[in-house]
Design a protein. Sequence first.
Length: 201
Amino acid sequence: MMKLMSYKTKIFHPFLLAIFPIIFLYSDTINEVHSHQMLIPIVLMLVISIVLVIVAKFIFKNWKKSALIISLILVLFILYSPVFANVSGASIGDFEVGKHRFLIIIFAVPILITSYLLFKTRKKLDNVTLILNIVTISLILLSAVNIGTYYVESSLYENDNDIQIISGNLSYPDIYFILYDAYSGEKVLKNYYNYDNHDFI
């Protein structure tokens, strides 16, 4: 029972959330990025998250409350870019709502509401802290499993004597693989580039 209570009182989630996007991105692009390139971003995000939690502690006078609000800010920070990519250029009638100024207000609302609730509550927040710790640890472990699987498979292929390495002067055909990173919406093309893409879409 005492061990469970000690786990409830420890705070991991804001720091794990801070480094999760870096580890996830590395696991998703492991063929293109070297592992040592993660070190500086991870250290930087850890330092930033620690500083933010300490600053929040002066405001909320409680470590758990400070960690919760910083975790919320980090989650919204992670979600902001993909959400904006989907709503950019969106409009209601002639009024364009897919702009940063409106999205920032929408994202600020849950931060303000959560801050108010944290100021008012007198609960210890042990259960919430424990749940967030478990969720963030699980996220990190999922990415770590993907990374570990890749390295295990790579080592197996390297030790496979049946694989023949082809070398020499070979002539290759002119084949180009074009991968589009993003495609603008119909309204963006119309409003900013004066291009009607209705037939294609």
